[in-house]
Ligand binder design. Structure first.
Ligand code: 8YV
Length: 320
């Protein structure tokens, strides 16, 4: 007998094929609301729910998950869309997919950074408009990224992978985190316990901290003003970390030279004022969007589901 599963959103084709072969799953590849997931779970007597971060699973929704569901497995490393205490309260195992998306998210952060320093969006736009006028040596200049000082908020797995890449660009690494890391993880980076104290030293700031109350709007008019004038800003973490009006003001005033953004407060209905700014390189939340990583995320979620449905502990529990 195959285990019964509901998948709340379109997933990578290889993962979908594995699910079709190994699970009893009425997968249509469509994006479901929480209500639709709950209805499908009840109708299908689902034993597992595979979800993503596009829906917020509030305590009220968690309470309504039928008892035959034995695990809530999110295909994301982020967990702030899940009311974890509510899962714990009803003893519902919940899991995420750490590690497997570290490298691709770090790659994308570097892509954002390079495009911000080197005016990637503007160069691409010139080419697509037909580039018929040569530029003088003083025109369309970007800024050198090599050798700059990079400040990282949060030197967790993704932050460290970004630091590793940035060292290849001759960059000096600073990081802000509540606790200092051991030398083998720090790799020569300079620790700041106080995030704000780090900001004046950053030529470029990259956010790699989770969303949640501790980091909500941590970048705001005051903290953008603490950066040196003309700094570059990168966010591949969460839009919730940024007061977007303050970011737009900083980009317009020249306080920021440029920004590279993969995440926004409201996704996919992001603030269209960003699209009008030439000095922003924009991505539609694609940090983990490679074939390799999206497959790995799906399989990791399936490994967690298989473990729990076999009566074993989850591999990546988000509560214990
Ligand atoms: C996902 C992410 O694309 O893992 C995360 O936390 O933000 C991205 O990798 C997104 O959450 C879809 O679930």
């Amino acid at each position: 007998m195959k285990h019964r599963l509901i998948v709340s959103r379109q997933i990578a084709p290889d993962v979908a094929a594995t699910i079709a072969a190994q699970y009893d799953c009425p997968y249509e590849g469509k994006e479901m609301t929480a209500e639709e997931v709950l209805a499908a779970a009840a109708a299908h007597k689902a034993e597992a729910l595979m979800i993503t971060s596009h829906v917020r699973w509030t305590g009220e929704l968690i309470a309504r998950i039928p008892d035959h569901v034995k695990i809530l497995a999110t295909c994301s490393v982020g967990t702030e869309h899940i009311d974890i205490p509510a899962c714990k309260a009803r003893g519902l195992p919940a899991t995420n997919t750490p590690d497997v998306l570290t490298e691709c998210t770090a790659d994308l952060a570097l892509m954002l950074m390079l495009n911000a320093f080197r005016r990637g969006h503007e160069y691409d736009a010139i080419m697509r408009a037909g580039w018929r006028r040569g530029y003088g040596l003083g025109e369309m200049m970007g800024l050198r990224m090599w050798g700059k000082t990079l400040g990282i908020l949060g030197l967790g797995r993704i932050g460290r992978a970004v630091a590793q890449r940035a060292r290849g660009f001759g960059m000096k690494i600073l990081y802000a985190a509540p606790r200092r890391l051991p030398p083998e993880l720090e790799q020569g980076a300079t620790w700041y316990q106080d995030f704000r104290a780090m900001l004046p030293h950053c030529d470029v700031l990259s956010l790699h901290a989770p969303g949640g109350p501790a980091t909500a709007d941590i970048m705001n008019a005051e903290t953008f003003a603490l950066l040196p004038r003309g700094a570059v800003f990168v966010n591949a973490a969460r839009g919730a970390l940024v007061d977007e009006t303050a970011l737009i003001d900083a980009l317009k005033s020249g306080q920021l030279y440029a920004a590279g953004l993969d995440v926004f407060k409201n996704e996919p209905e992001f603030d269209l004022r960003f699209a009008e700014l030439p000095n922003v390189f924009l991505c539609p939340h694609m940090g983990s969007a490679t074939v390799e990583t999206r497959n790995a995320m799906g399989y990791r979620a399936l490994d967690n589901i298989a473990a729990v449905l076999a009566g074993k502990p989850p591999i990546d529990p988000i509560w214990t």
